[in-house]
Ligand binder design. Sequence first.
Ligand code: HEM
Length: 218
Amino acid sequence: MSKRNLAFYDTTIGKKAVMAVSGLILIGFIIGHMLGNLQIFMGADKLNAYAHLLHSMQGPLWGARLVIIAALIAHFWSAISLTLRNRAARPVQYQRKADLATTYAAKTMIFGGIILALFIVFHLAHLTLGEIGEFDPANVYANVVAGFQVQWIAGFYILAQAALALHLYHGAWSFLQTLGANHAKYNHLRKAFSIALALAVAVGNISIPVAVLSGFLK
Ligand code: HEM
């Protein structure tokens, strides 16, 4: 990175910009991944053909993986350094802490982020590497269904999607703020958009373990 870019990253707004851009890349992946996964409702052949197509394009697949890994690292890194900076700015704790401009979602960003990090590690071991339970690399449909027939696995996925929804809600809200969309007149729209995004992703993702648990998908 050039000196000038490094100096920008060192500012609080620079770190927030890095969080926003890396967050945008990650949400793009999450939406694309959800739409791809929802093909499970169109049958095993459809989902497996889609997985086969992705696996047959190793070059673009690894290109996308590298972009996602870089975005995850940038997102973590700037989150940690922003948190440390916020703490250092107030070395003496408040005697009485009154939150003026925060929400439950904002205060739990780091905690939710940790749950999501644990989820991603588990999820890769489960459905990409096949380290948990029976696994057939050629039959993604069977792997998903067999996985969610195990109640604690389905439960953990559902819990992680709840954490993802809170994270996305606050993330989208902050992203729009970093871009400058902070105006009393439009804040209700910003809130509605962030809630709609978080709910759409949560409902789409949770529908899959719920469909397996209820016996609709088998
Ligand atoms: C119920 C929800 C989800 C289902 C059913 C699901 C399903 C899957 C499946 C079947 C794979 C393996 C695909 C293949 O090898 O062809 C996969 C990979 C992956 N999933 Fe998910 N997923 C879900 C949610 C998520 C979420 C919320 C995230 C991120 C926060 C995520 C991140 C990933 C990543 C990073 C990979 C590896 C992709 C790669 O091979 O490069 N997934 N998922």
